[in-house]
Design a protein around this ligand. Structure first.
Ligand SMILES: NC(=O)c1ccc[n+]([C@@H]2O[C@H](COP(=O)([O-])OP(=O)(O)OC[C@H]3O[C@@H](n4cnc5c(N)ncnc54)[C@H](O)[C@@H]3O)[C@@H](O)[C@H]2O)c1
Ligand SMILES: [Zn+2]
Ligand SMILES: [Zn+2]
Length: 368
């Protein structure tokens, strides 16, 4: 079939919205008609070269829509089902899946390479095969993805909001609850309030933190953080340290979660200083692929038993966490509509990313 997609052909390029050819779903795959796709910073990393990928590629990894057709052997969903696409597949059988770490599923290993799990491509244009960001490519009206990458959700949940749970909401909330292991009464600092950090703030609130400090140089972001559950805000990590130190009588935070647009090596020491004894620094933001230097106090790390942890997809388990988060939304305990600053047509995708770069959006979302 023919459909429309936003294609990136190289580092530094623009998203080119064009007609593309899409093959029918193969074994274990489903054809989805997308309703919405969020504009996450991870796709911007492909533009800047911070996320090495094979070009050309169809971007987008935070979507929701309905199943239009199922491939041979698919039994988990039927035509018409509403689904959220998750940016990592989970096979349920590999060593990581069976230990409950489905975000680390072995099937996710090749998610940035371009082709589907069997090594062949579903999208084609101008005589070339087109890769799919994270096996998904949600910057397209239709896509074919592994059934292992979709979560069936209940009818009645607005799909244009459910899309955000495909990456940002699950990654942010999971970073706070699962990776940072926040508990009632704790103090959390979230550094960088975009689509991920805004949800780390919501996660810290859900965890029952007494203080949630949101750090962002952009005033609008700090205002939004207060709406989403932050108790305090600061424009820099230095300012945050002063306030957190006063609030906690010098004990400092239980966790600091790094959700800046890019993770820089220089952010680690100030983040480490924000947490107290046994405090966790969770690195959710993606760093530059070639950066391998971060200067930090090893003495603090040892003597105060501080910990630094990476977190992928909020260390979440999609089949459990996606429906659970949507239920929290239905119960009024998790905000989704408030995360969407502006919506765009697919043709306006470059404007959407410009708005993200300029700090105008918590999340921009494409509506199909
Ligand atoms: N680990 C994962 O599974 C995963 C999943 C999705 C996204 N990510 C990554 O998370 C990061 C955030 O993504 P996003 O979509 O929320 O990005 P975003 O661009 O929407 O938000 C980033 C925010 O960080 C702020 N910021 C920048 N520098 C800062 C600093 N020094 N101190 C405080 N705030 C600062 C910006 O003002 C902005 O508000 C990106 O690196 C993205 O690739 C990781
Ligand atoms: Zn993302
Ligand atoms: Zn697996």
């Amino acid at each position: 079939m023919k459909t429309t997609a936003a294609v990136l052909r190289g580092v530094g390029g623009k998203w080119e919205v064009e007609e593309v050819e899409l093959d029918p779903p193969g074994p274990g795959e489903v054809l989805i008609e997308l309703v919405a796709s969020g504009l996450c910073h991870s796709d911007e990393h492909m533009v800047t070269g911070d996320l090495p990928v094979a070009f050309p590629v169809i971007g987008g990894h935070e979507g929701a829509g309905r199943v239009l057709e199922i491939g041979p052997g698919v039994t988990d969903v039927v035509t018409g089902d509403p689904v959220v696409t998750t940016f990592l597949p989970s096979c349920g059988r590999c060593s990581y899946c069976v230990r409950g770490h489905t975000a680390l599923c072995d099937d996710g290993a090749g998610a940035m390479l371009g082709p589907q799990l069997d090594g062949t491509y579903r999208f084609h244009a101008r005589g070339e095969d087109l890769g799919q960001m994270c096996l998904l490519g949600t910057f397209a009206r239709h896509t074919v993805v592994p059934v292992k990458s979709v979560v069936k959700i209940d009818e009645g949940i607005p799909l244009e909001l459910a899309a955000l749970v495909g990456c940002g909401v699950t990654t942010g909330v999971g970073s706070a609850i699962r990776a940072a292991e926040l508990h009632p009464g704790d103090t959390a600092v979230v550094i960088g309030i975009g689509g991920i950090g805004a949800n780390a703030v919501q996660g810290a609130k859900l965890a029952g933190c007494r203080y949630v400090m949101a750090v962002d140089p952009v005033e609008f972001k700090r205002e939004k953080a207060l709406e989403l559950g932050a108790t305090h805000v600061a424009a820099s990590m230095d300012d945050a340290w002063q306030r957190v130190s006063e609030l906690t009588r010098g004990r400092l935070a239980d966790a600091a979660i790094l959700t800046t647009g890019v993770a820089e090596g220089s952010y680690l020491q100030p983040a480490l200083q924000l947490v107290g004894k046994r405090g966790r620094v969770v690195v959710t933001a993606l760093g530059h692929p070639s950066e391998d230097t971060a200067s930090l106090s090893l003495l603090e790390l040892t003597l105060y038993e501080k910990q630094i942890r990476g977190s992928l997809f909020g260390s979440s388990n999609a089949q459990h966490d996606v429906p659970r988060l949507l239920e929290l939304y239905q119960l009024g305990q998790l905000k989704l509509a408030e995360l969407v600053t502006r919506t765009y047509a697919l043709e306006e995708i470059n404007t959407g990313y410009q708005d993200m770069r300029e700090g105008r959006n918590i999340r921009g979302v494409i509506h199909y």
